[in-house]
Design a protein around this ligand. Sequence first.
Ligand SMILES: Nc1nc2c(ncn2[C@@H]2O[C@H](COP(=O)(O)OP(=O)(O)O)[C@@H](O)[C@H]2O)c(=O)[nH]1
Ligand SMILES: [Mg+2]
Length: 296
Amino acid sequence: MTTQEVHRAGFLTLAGRTNVGKSTLLNRLIGHKVAIVSPKPQTTRRRIVGIRTDPDAQLIVIDAPGFHQAQHLLNRRMLDTAHRCLAEGEVIALVVEAGRKLAPEDRDPLQRVLALKRPTVIVINKVDRVARQLLLPQIDELQRLAPNTEIVPLSALTGENVEAFLHVVKGLLPPGPPLMPADEYTDQTERMLAAEIIREKIFHAMRQEIPFSTAVEVEQFVEEEHLIRIEALIIVARESHKGMVIGAGGRQLKTIGTHARLELEELFERKVFLALRVKVEPGWHEDPRKLKELGL
Ligand SMILES: Nc1nc2c(ncn2[C@@H]2O[C@H](COP(=O)(O)OP(=O)(O)O)[C@@H](O)[C@H]2O)c(=O)[nH]1
Ligand SMILES: [Mg+2]
């Protein structure tokens, strides 16, 4: 940083449809896995904060649930969260997918973001998947809809052009001192991170509606001398789901547990003892009290 340059700090909200790669971009910007990621929509349920501290700027990045059609109370809560996160951003990055014509579901978030009249960047993510010549008409289309907005094509997965995006965002942040301690990179507790990682493994292992109607609650998180003892409850909405999550001979649950444990050990740099139980709570995703308990 030269003496002429001012330090900048502020909130950046990642907005867009579900599954466009917002959480992947968050993790890439922070350099840690802060948010879980899956090929299925609606993986992110809560507001997730990642903090990036550079010599010239501090970005507090807010990852939100994606915009989608709401059916259950859980989905409506997720949409409320998405809107609140949008209101918080001093800079908004609207994320869309490369190589796709703008669907009505894309236009709606775009119009919503533009209506805020806040400093905005449009991110075309997943450029690693498409040929350049497909990108140009998409950039043109977006530029017509948002003539004064910077458009940055990038790949959150490979990191391509993410530096350019950072440069644009930093230029839009307000001047000011850092808002958070330099060594913090998320607002989530270890318990929350553990619950999310277990939930991610369920998203990866299970099909159909099971991931969408499953929650994870960490009941015990005890740090002992050489290991962390974690007991967690997998909450499913139906008796039939319980059987599927456990699987024949307990194999499915074992796979979920093993994958989660290995990642938790890496994250906490400690041996982890992980015990998982499955419990049926019919209609939990429609129950305001249960949702509150789960922080949703
Ligand atoms: N090829 C490719 N896939 C990506 C990229 N970014 C995200 N993905 C994948 O897209 C899916 C959804 O990503 P996620 O971050 O969970 O999307 P979110 O719902 O917007 O948070 C996952 O399977 C990611 O691995 C990218 O830049 N390139
Ligand atoms: Mg997400």
